[in-house]
Write a protein that binds this ligand. Structure first.
Ligand SMILES: Cc1cc2nc3c(=O)[nH]c(=O)nc-3n(C[C@H](O)[C@H](O)[C@H](O)COP(=O)(O)O)c2cc1C
Length: 181
């Protein structure tokens, strides 16, 4: 299954991106077809208008739209900043919604260096996903102390976290595969 992992961890010396790397590895091991969509690399412009209403959108913006249209499901990964999702993720959703996300399963993953794992951002993100007509999975992956449970390459350092992530993916894939065409 082609699953877009949208990483909204764009900060200098970012840490939450490790979660995206780890999910990517796990999905590959499970013989899925993850597509890591790193918003730091895409460097999207600050929102001016929806992609379909831009007069002359850059080709690379249309390339990303096509990549998104091709994905059958997504996992959105965001750090929690000031009790909210990363603004880059909101910017991304505002630019591309709703067509590429319509009626597609979308998993929520958030991270923080504190104990709470970005739970406020996670609940917000579920609401945002509904608004763009995606189907948020009820089980969210909220990763606390993420700098301790994952290394820079997204390798799992704590077994308990590995089990939590595996359970999240078990449930998400079960859900997402029900929508496979
Ligand atoms: C602007 C800013 C706001 C933050 N707000 C929160 C917050 O609301 N809740 C939280 O648990 N951690 C917060 N933190 C700490 C982050 O969990 C930590 O910096 C983490 O590494 C951010 O993810 P990133 O490395 O992918 O940017 C904040 C960090 C920054 C830079």
């Amino acid at each position: 299954m082609k699953i877009g992992i949208v990483s909204a961890s764009t900060r200098i010396n970012r840490i939450s991106h490790r979660i995206a790397l780890s999910l990517n590895k796990e999905l590959e091991q499970r013989k899925q077809n993850p597509q890591l969509i790193d918003l730091k690399e895409w460097d999207l412009p600050v929102f001016e208008e929806r992609i379909d209403r831009l007069e002359n959108p850059e080709k690379r913006l249309l390339d990303l739209k096509n990549l998104l249209l091709d994905c059958e499901a997504f996992i959105f990964l965001s750090p929690e900043y000031n009790g909210a999702i990363a603004s880059g993720l909101k910017n991304f959703m505002d630019l591309y919604a709703k067509e590429p996300f319509m009626h597609k399963p979308i998993g929520v993953a958030t991270g923080s260096t504190g104990a709470m794992g970005g739970i406020r951002a996670a609940y917000q993100l579920q609401q945002n996903i509904l608004t763009i007509h995606g189907l948020p999975h009820p089980r969210m992956l909220t990763v606390g102390r993420m700098h301790e449970v994952l290394n820079e390459d997204g390798e799992v350092l704590e077994e308990a976290f590995g089990n939590t992530q595996a359970k999240f993916l078990d449930l998400f894939l079960d859900f997402a595969q029900r929508f496979e065409s």
